[in-house]
Design a protein around this ligand. Structure first.
Ligand code: ADP
Length: 528
């Protein structure tokens, strides 16, 4: 798959997750803090008011009790009983002091304050209480006996049904307990608020994680696609907007992947087509070269052969008229020999370039090889070459231009012979080659071919042979013929050990052009 240029994007998505998480949690914490502060303040105030009003009620109730109990003792000036009564009330919880004043303000009985018996206290609170004509509650911020804030509740005492004031009873009610109750309530409220805050924050974190996780998966997916990994599946299962966005993105990724795959396939197809065009172009150049050589050879042969024939005939006539003792007779023989050499080179040129017939026959490859070897064996034996043949029996019959095929075999056998000047072994093998085809191997034990020469072996006019022995056209013509059969010819060689030519011929070549009728006795069913 082709690489795609990457836009600059943060590869890590953690900052995004952190940003969202932090925002959610901070906002939720602020809202919680505000709500909890408001609730705590309201509840604390209510509680405080309730506790204070309960305390006040109790203080008034205790003072009223003292007034009720003291009334008769005041009227009868029974100070002992008054003393007992004040002590009884002062024993109640939260009561810091209890005082009974006579009608002129003198202290008749008291608890808490030492040595004020018979005196008229002159402090503002006591003064206000003494002169009160109805119940009076004074709030005291702080007082030693009260050990903090409290109430001074004063109730004037009237004789039953009368209007004459016999005295005043007072109690000092301490709010120490109430205050500690209020503080305790406040502490509990703050504790509860903090607990609620912690719980709320945990819920907010887990909720925001649930929200941000799909976004995180989506971001990871987008990053992978940006990196060119189009196979990365974006698995977001949530059914909300993020899930919908991820599904659309997944569709887009899939479409992109398909598009890129088809582009890659198209590219591969174009590259194949391009290499085929280049190969065909090279084949055309090769064919054109060979065709030009063919034309040139035919022209040269035509132009040179006739004068050569005349020269040869004339030479023979001159030679006949010469006496055998003539010293120039030997020179004439040399001239005739050289003319013969020119004629042979012409023939070789024509043989290589002459287009062979393209008569297509159905042949059994083994049969064609066997026929050729019958003719070649004698010549090979005179050069000290032994022939070995191994044929596969199950070969399919092939349709090919048998003349051209023979030309290929003869050329390979000729080259093998020339590569074994001191004799050797020529081995021919056929075999079935999968998927559908025939493999032919021509192996010799000759001099072999150097690595450097192997590269140029099939090039036209490449030859290592000297004088008139080789034109360097044989193998390039062979390759052209084998390719026209839809086959392949390859070579393996080792210097000093020998050479193997391997031909592969397909059972069904892509196309056989210019098919004509069989003229050589090879037919569709039998071979001769
Ligand atoms: P030519 O035989 O006319 O030189 P070819 O195209 O048939 O032209 O062969 C080209 C060259 O390949 C030969 O000159 C020879 O050097 C080398 N060659 C071909 N076949 C063999 C072989 N069986 N063993 C060694 N060399 C070979």
């Amino acid at each position: 798959m082709s690489e795609v240029s990457q836009p600059v994007l943060s590869s890590s998505s953690t900052p995004l997750q952190r940003g969202l998480l932090a925002k959610y949690v901070i906002v939720i914490m602020i809202v919680q803090l505000a709500v909890m502060s408001l609730v705590t303040t309201i509840v604390e105030h209510r509680q405080r008011d309730t506790i204070l009003s309960e305390s006040l009620k109790r203080a008034i109730s205790l003072a009223s009790s003292l007034a009720a109990l003291s009334e008769s003792y005041l009227v009868s000036y029974n100070f002992v009983k008054l003393e007992q009564t004040t002590e009884q009330i002062a024993a109640e919880e939260d009561v810091a002091y209890a005082i009974v004043h006579t009608h002129n303000g003198q202290v008749a009985a008291s608890t808490g304050h030492q040595g004020i018996q018979g005196q008229i206290p002159d402090d503002p609170i006591s003064q206000k209480s003494i002169h009160a004509s109805q119940r009076l509650v004074q709030h005291i911020e702080t007082e030693d006996l009260l050990q903090g804030p409290g109430y001074d509740v004063a109730i004037p005492v009237f004789a039953q049904g009368g209007t004459r004031k016999w005295g005043t009873v007072r109690i000092g009610y301490s709010l120490k307990q109430a205050m500690s109750e209020i503080r305790k309530t406040r502490r509990n409220l703050i504790g509860l608020s903090l607990l609620a805050l912690a719980l709320g924050t945990s819920v907010a974190i887990s909720l925001s994680l649930r929200i941000s996780r799909p976004i995180q998966q989506l971001v990871t997916g987008v990053n992978e696609v940006t990196k060119g990994n189009y196979d990365h599946h974006i698995a977001v299962k949530s059914r909300d907007e993020v899930g919908y966005l991820a599904a659309r993105f997944e569709d887009m990724r899939e479409a992109l992947r398909r598009h890129i795959t088809s582009l890659a396939e198209e590219k591969e197809r174009l590259e194949k087509a391009n290499s085929m065009i280049i190969e065909t172009q090279q084949q055309l150049i090769q064919s054109e070269k060979l065709a030009a050589v063919g034309k040139l050879s035919a022209k040269v042969a035509h132009e040179v052969n006739n004068p050569l024939a005349i020269i040869k005939t004339s030479l023979r006539i001159v030679a006949k008229t010469m006496p055998d003792t003539d010293p120039n007779k030997e020179n004439l023989d040399i001239v005739e020999e050289e003319i013969g050499r020119i004629a042979r080179i012409m023939k070789q040129l024509l043989d290589s370039a002459r287009p062979t017939t393209t008569t297509i026959s159905t042949v059994q490859v083994n049969e064609v090889i066997r026929k050729i070897m019958v003719l070649a064996e004698e010549d090979l034996a005179t050069h000290g070459i032994t022939c070995e043949m191994t044929f596969a029996s199950d070969l399919p019959k092939l349709r090919l231009a048998v003349d051209q095929f023979k030309q290929v075999l003869l050329n390979l056998i000729k080259n093998a012979r020339e590569a074994m000047p001191h004799g050797g072994t020529l081995r021919l093998e056929t075999a079935l080659q999968p998927p559908e085809g025939v493999s032919i191997r021509v192996m010799d034990t000759g001099e072999g071919i150097s690595e450097e020469h192997l590269q140029k072996l099939f090039e036209p006019f490449f030859s290592t042979k000297h004088n008139d022995e080789g034109m360097g056209l044989g193998l390039s013509v062979c390759q052209g013929i084998i390719k026209s059969f839809g086959g392949i010819i390859e070579v393996e060689s080792e210097l000093g050990r020998g050479t193997t030519f391997h031909i592969y011929l397909p059972e069904y070549p892509p196309s056989i052009l210019g098919e004509t009728q069989d003229t050589e006795g090879y037919d569709s069913e039998e071979s001769t």
